[in-house]
Design a binder for this molecule. Sequence first.
Ligand code: ZN
Length: 266
Amino acid sequence: MRRDHRARVPRPLPRIAVALTAALLIALAPPPAHAADLSPRSDAAALLRHHEEARARVERLRAEHAPRDVVRAADRRRWALRGELWNLLRGWQRASGDPVAVDPSGRAGHCPVAPRRMRRAAHPGAGSGTRSWTAPTRSYRLSAGYRARGDHWAGRHTGQDFAVPSGTPVHAVGPGTVRITTCGDGYGNQVLVRHPGGYFTQYAHLSRIAVRAGQRVLAGQRVGSSGATGNATGPHVHFEVRITPYLGSAVPPLPWLRQKAVRIGR
Ligand SMILES: [Zn+2]
């Protein structure tokens, strides 16, 4: 009898399954329209500011020939801040559909393949690669600057635009490794290079990409040709300096270049 009674008691499992399904559906539901208000934008901005202050401190200590362990401790703090910002932005960018976060392989879209002649020129040794840092392009006119406001951007402009005719060679500003190439979003065809010291440079709206993810590049090595792909009204290079691969971590690009003894004209 007891056994029969037990058999009639409804099992709790289906209820748990229903609860789990509901939780899953909530998790998979598209974010509400006001999600942008809840973004960690202000946290990211604060971390970015602290990182740049920490970097300035490291540089000051180095210039003052401070004891090595003091410099090392200051640099550890800078890297910790960078790690914190990286973690914050990675999740956020994945949710917002940033191709760098969503598709690290860079295989989405239809990236145009550079002609063989250009790929040869992009090969280290064959191009104008040097040891000193350089501007991302030549014979440019500086157009939209960092933090400029425009109809094109949801917030402030995150990079510096270099207006040049379409097809102008675009160079890596310093030595590094190509982190990713993507195409098809607002940045059009873009190349992201990782440099020693933890900074990334971005070259966007390219007509052609001349490098592949994982490839090492020298300062001045060609990474592509300028164009107007993506969200661009005319041919230009959108150049950005970031402390992570993700949107939301850009620092003022021209002071950064000038610190590396790069002369930027008007
Ligand atoms: Zn731009």
